[in-house]
Every structure is written in C-alpha cells, then in structure tokens.
Design a protein around this ligand. Structure first.
Ligand code: PLP
Length: 382
C-alpha cells in the first residue's frame, strides 16, 4: 500500500469533516432548508473574503469565474489592463481577447510581481480603461502580487480592479473591502478546501455599475440573473440548480476557517511556506520567485541536467505524493510544491524529504537530511 498525498497547488487535500459533508443527503435546492444553508455559506464567504459585497456562486471551474468577470463587465472594443505575472494572469488577456476586448498587456517577467507604478502610468495614459485584471497568488510562478498597492492605484480611477484570488483566498492575507478590490474570483479546490467545481465572485457597487452597459453576450454566467436570484427575497437563491453537495462541503470548510480564525489560517500558511522554502534552500536548490514568494505554493528550478517532469513523476509514482511541474514555458524546468488549504507543519517535512530522496535517487547527490533539518529548524522558530 502507498499512502497518497496531494501537495499540488490545487486540488488540495480535503479535511475529513469536509469530505464527510459530501455524504449528507441531497437537499432540494428550492427548499427553505437548502436556502438557509446557502445563506449561511454566503455570509461565511463574506468573512473569508473580508467583504460586505454580494458574492455569487457558480458551479464552474475557477476559469469559469474568470470568464464571468470578463463577459459581465465589458463590451467588445472596451479597453482593459491585464497586469499578469504568469500563466494564469495571461489567461485574463486570452479570455478578454476571445470577446473582442482591447487589452493593454503589462506582463511581468515570470518570477516577478506586478509593478503598481506601471499600472498607474498606463491608467494615466489611458483614461478610458474600464478595468484592471490581475492575480493574487500566481500559481505558475509561485509569486504573490501586492494587491493592496495595486488597489491603491486603481481605486482612485474610474477603472474597477478584478483580482483572480482562485488560489490565494483562504491562504494569503486578502482584504477585499479595506483594500477596495471590486471583483474577486475564487476557486473551490484550493484554499477553500473543497473538491473542484465552484467559482465564487464578489462584486462591489462600482463593479455592479458596469453591468447595464456590458454588451458581451452571456446567459449562464449572467451576473444580472445571479444577483436577481441572490437578492429576490430574504434567503438567497440561484437561477439554476445549485451544486448542493459542494455548497454543503463549503459550509463545513468555512466553519473550520472560522473556528481557526482567518489571521491564524494566514499565519499557518506562512509558517508552512517558510519551512518549505528553508528546506529547498538548504538543499542548494534555486527558488523561482524573485518577487514575494507565495505562501500557497513554492516554485523551484529543477537542478541542471534533470528533467523537472521526471522528478515529479518519481515523487508521484514511487512515493505517492502529487506535486506539480512547470507550466507553459517553464514545463520541465521547474517543480512546484503546493502547501495550501488543509496543510500543516509536518507537510513541509514530507514535501522536502520527498524532494531530497528523489534527487538522490535520480543521481543529484545531496547530503541526506540537510533539507529536512532546515525545515525542522524553521518550524521550531517562534
Ligand atoms: C491563480 C489561478 N487562477 C486560475 C486558475 C484556474 O482555475 P481552474 O483550473 O479551476 O479553472 C488556477 C488553477 O490552478 C489558479 O491557480
């Protein structure tokens, strides 16, 4: 028998009580019982997102949530800024261009964060920009973007700020209202600790004001329809069949986040991430992130002469631990250790031990125990 671990940046391991919630009987989605549960989830999400804004929940992948934030806010020919710091940020541009939107691309070199000054300059030079799209935790590069500074720049202009927090929410400090972020897109299978299949979108009044002018065709992802159902009476509803089981699981995962306290959730992620980074460094490996490293995922250059995919394959197939390889142009050159959601200190030990063992087995001689020692020393720091 092989004990399996998921240490990818999503999907993540699911806490046992959240798994158990999937086994609850299906409640019909048009009953008061379900709508009460849905209301509880809606309120709970506001705590996790740190917002008073309405939050829409769509049965969809995170990318569905991203697409919804393009088709509802914009019209063909509109101008937007995409401040991308990797593969997922660049996806914003691809989605927008698919709908005929005019994209000003402020693409950072992979490994770096966005420069708020460049966004400010582009906004000053282009007063007609409707929205700025960016990413909180760029999963492809393991970099955290400085959303607070970007929001400071954007909130003083007519443009709305749309943040892909698909892999950052529930892992990394994020304050929707305090920072004045207009649209936040979140996925299920990451910091929210449920199986894949839900996209959540928070909408400010500034963002809602763009809805009537939007001329991109839409139906399923219509915010108008979703808001009508959400707000039509005391208890929120959805226009189409809700993902009942996933929502019940989300209710449980939010309960766990509340029980721990959001600040403690962020601190736990910071602790595990610091330990993984210390272990990787002690192994003599090079971190990919030059900007602020993400507390959700650590990205590492594969040592010279070794295929990153081979390393991942060994760790997955021989040790039973699923990490992630490089994406896009980094395929084969990088491996990524996910440490978000249902993750704790000893996951850092397992992850670094696996990397250390695999490197040795694949011929990169490393003094055994060096990485794990550094992990334990980091974990022991107060
Ligand atoms: C930052 C980020 N954005 C968007 C996505 C896309 O989410 P999904 O694969 O659920 O469509 C991911 C998934 O890895 C992600 O990490």
């Amino acid at each position: 028998m092989k004990k399996r671990y998921i240490m990818s940046p999503g999907p993540v391991e699911i806490p046992p009580t959240v798994l158990a919630a999937a086994a609850l009987p299906i409640i019909h989605h048009r009953t008061p019982e379900y709508r009460k549960a849905f209301a509880e989830v809606n309120e709970g999400l506001k705590y996790v997102f740190q917002t008073k804004n309405d939050i829409l929940i769509f049965p969809a992948a995170g990318t569905g949530g991203m697409e919804s934030a393009v088709v509802n806010l914009l019209s063909p020919g509109d101008k937007i800024i995409v401040a991308a710091i990797g593969q997922f940020g660049e996806r914003w541009a691809k989605i927008a261009e698919a709908y005929g939107v005019n994209v000003i691309k402020i693409f950072s070199e992979w490994g770096e964060g966005s420069d708020p000054k460049k966004i400010e300059e582009a906004l000053t030079a282009n007063k007609d920009v409707k929205a700025v799209y960016t990413t909180l935790s760029e999963t492809s590069t393991g970099v955290e973007n400085d959303i607070e500074s970007i929001a400071r720049v954007v909130s003083g202009t007519p443009a709305v700020l749309v943040v892909d927090a698909v892999s950052g929410m529930g892992a990394i400090k994020f304050k929707t209202d305090d920072w004045r972020v207009d649209v936040v897109v979140v996925g299920a299978q990451k910091g929210m600790m449920i199986p894949p299949g839900l996209a959540m979108v928070a909408l400010s009044d500034k963002a809602k004001a763009l809805l009537p002018a939007s001329k991109i065709n839409k139906y399923y992802f219509s915010y108008d329809q979703a808001l009508k159902a959400l707000l039509k009476d005391k208890l929120p509803d959805t226009p189409y069949t809700s993902s009942v089981s996933l929502v019940l699981q989300l209710r449980e995962s939010i309960r766990l986040i509340k029980e721990e306290g959001l600040e403690n959730v962020w601190a736990r992620h910071a602790k595990v991430a610091a330990a993984v980074r210390a272990g990787i460094k002690a192994l003599g490996l090079k971190a990919f992130a030059k900007g602020t490293p993400s507390n959700a995922v650590t990205s590492v250059w594969t040592p010279e002469g070794l295929d990153g995919d081979a390393l991942n394959k060994k760790i997955r197939d021989d040790y039973g631990i699923t990490m992630a390889g490089g994406q896009g142009k980094m395929k084969g050159k990088m491996f990524r250790v996910g440490h978000l959601g249902y993750t704790d200190r000893f996951d850092a030990v397992v992850a670094v031990a696996a990397v250390e063992m695999a490197l040795n087995e694949l011929g990169t001689k490393i003094e055994t125990g060096k990485g794990v020692k550094a992990v334990i020393e980091e974990l022991l720091k107060k």
